[in-house]
Design a protein around this ligand. Structure first.
Ligand code: XMP
Length: 183
């Protein structure tokens, strides 16, 4: 791990809670409830997906829930561009209305890979939901159907996002600064 500091909080716990609440309403207001499957991309989406689905009951939404583990990053902070399946989903997706959930949309490789994969497996529709959208880094043309917040081109951690698999537990989202020096 490179020397680094976690300093500036970009989104507080309260801001995240508020935004998640409105995302739940957006999803509930626009999704086909009958055959809904929520699929989280691991590991970054685990907190976000859990927060989203806990708000579903009051909208009478009872989706199937599944996960897929995809890798496009090593232990560094740059996308490798190619995506691999490390652990696959279990649910039958034929005819399903899928919502894929990820922590952050960066180059777009991961989300467009997942979307194509689930469509190929027979999903009737695939929508995408991300907590953060780092638009500056997009190399693949994709726009999420539901987005929490846009974010600048900085490396962020917390609320499921990690640096070298650490800091996922932070209740807020913060910027990582790299280097030895103190500010
Ligand atoms: P792509 O480039 O495929 O990347 O859109 C999506 C995946 O890259 C990870 N990612 C980040 N993880 N802080 C993180 O902790 C970041 O700033 C960041 N940017 C991209 C993330 O796992 C996402 O699923």
């Amino acid at each position: 791990m490179r020397p680094h500091h976690i300093r500036d909080i970009l989104f507080t716990r309260e801001q995240i809670e508020q935004r998640v609440k409105t995302l739940i309403e957006e999803i509930a207001g626009s999704c086909e409830a009958e055959n809904l499957v929520m699929i989280g991309i691991l590991r970054g989406s685990f907190i976000f997906l859990a927060d989203l689905v806990r708000g579903f009951e009051q909208h009478d939404l009872h989706p199937r829930i599944d996960f897929i583990t995809l890798a496009s990053y090593g232990s560094g902070t740059e996308s490798s561009g190619s995506v691999r399946i490390l652990h696959d989903t279990n649910e039958n997706l034929a005819g399903a209305d899928v919502v894929v959930v990820d922590d952050i949309l960066d180059s777009g490789c991961t989300l467009s890979f997942a979307k194509d994969l689930f469509l190929k497996r027979g999903a009737r529709s695939v929508r995408t939901c991300v907590m953060l959208d780092k638009q500056a880094k997009r190399t693949v043309e994709i726009k999420a159907d539901y987005t929490g917040f846009p974010v600048e081109d900085v490396f962020v951690v917390g609320y499921g996002l990690d640096y070298d698999n650490r800091y996922r537990e932070l209740p807020h989202i913060a910027e990582v600064t790299f280097g030895e020096q103190d500010r």
